[in-house]
Write a protein that binds this ligand. Structure first.
Ligand SMILES: N[C@@H](CCC(=O)N[C@@H](CS)C(=O)NCC(=O)O)C(=O)O
Length: 235
C-alpha cells in the first residue's frame, strides 16, 4: 500500500487538525475540546477509562475500516485521532502501543494490538464471529490476508493495477454473482476487510467497478449499511 493511500484524500483535514493541535504530543489535555467529529481527541481523562476499547487512528488512514467493524459488532469504543502530520504516532506514548508507529492500533484493557487485519480478526474472535472449525477459521483468515496482502496492493500500486485488477476482480465477481457476501448470505469480517479496500480504491483512486457488476452491487450493498455510513462511508 502506498503512503499516498493514507494521506492524499484528507490533506485539508490534516492541515486543519495540525493547525488546531500544533503540539506534537499524544492525546493532549483539552485538545480540540468541543469537537464532535469522530476524529476528535477525547482528552487524557477518557484515556484512563480502560474498560472501553480504544481505537487509534487519524484522518485519511485505514482506521475507519476497524471502526466500521466495531460499529457492526456494536462494541463500545473510543476513537482517538492522532495528528500524523504532527508526528503524534511517533511519540513514545504511542510507540508503547504500536512500536511500528502506524495506525490503526487498539488498546483493549491491558491488551495492545496493531495491524488492521489482526485487529479485525481479534474483534471477530472476541465477539464470537469466528467458526469453530479449522477450515472455517482459515477461510476467514484467507480473506482478511487476501484483502491486506493481495487486493490492497493490487489496486493501489499503480504498476500492478492494470494486471492485477482483472485477475482479482473477475473471480471476485463470479463469487459474488452466487452469494451476497463472501462467506454466503451474511456479512462477516471477510467483507469488512475486502469491502474496505474496494471502497478506498473507489474513493481515493476513482476506480470504477462497472466491468464487475456483482462487485459493484456488493460494494453498494455494503455502503448502504448504517455502520458503514457512520464510519468508512464518511471518508
Ligand atoms: N499494514 C498496516 C498498515 C499500517 C499503515 O501503514 N498505516 C498508515 C496509515 S493508513 C500509517 O500509520 N502511516 C504513518 C507512517 O507510516 O508514518 C495495517 O493494515 O494496519
Amino acid at each position: 500500500m502506498t503512503p499516498s493511500f493514507c494521506v492524499k484524500k484528507t490533506l485539508v483535514l490534516f492541515l486543519s487538525l495540525a493547525i488546531m493541535n500544533p503540539a506534537a504530543v499524544l492525546i493532549p489535555k483539552d485538545a480540540m475540546a468541543g469537537d464532535s467529529s469522530p476524529d476528535s481527541f477525547k482528552g487524557s481523562e477518557s484515556k484512563q477509562n480502560t474498560s472501553e476499547l480504544m481505537l487509534y487512528g487519524g484522518p485519511g488512514t485505514r482506521a475507519p475500516l476497524v471502526q466500521w467493524y466495531l460499529e457492526e459488532l456494536a462494541v463500545p469504543y473510543e476513537y482517538i485521532s492522532l495528528d500524523l502530520r504532527a508526528d503524534e504516532h511517533r511519540q513514545p506514548e504511542y510507540l508503547a502501543i504500536n512500536p511500528m508507529g502506524k495506525v490503526p492500533a487498539i488498546v483493549d484493557g491491558n491488551f495492545n494490538l496493531w495491524e488492521s487485519g489482526a485487529i479485525l480478526l481479534y474483534l471477530a474472535e472476541k465477539n464470537g464471529e469466528i467458526p469453530d472449525s479449522i477450515e472455517g477459521r482459515s477461510e476467514i483468515n484467507q480473506w482478511v490476508i487476501f484483502a491486506n496482502a493481495t487486493l490492497g496492493p493490487g489496486l493501489f500500486r499503480e504498476e500492478l493495477r492494470a494486471r492485477e485488477m482483472p485477475r482479482l476482480l473477475t473471480p471476485l465477481n463470479q463469487i459474488l454473482e452466487k452469494q451476497s457476501f463472501l462467506l454466503g448470505a451474511d456479512l462477516s469480517v471477510a467483507d469488512v476487510a475486502v469491502g474496505s479496500y474496494l471502497h478506498y480504491a473507489r474513493v481515493a483512486l476513482s476506480l470504477e467497478y462497472d466491468q464487475y457488476p456483482a462487485v459493484e452491487a456488493y460494494l453498494n450493498r455494503l455502503s448502504e449499511r448504517p455502520a458503514f455510513q457512520k464510519t468508512l462511508g464518511q471518508r
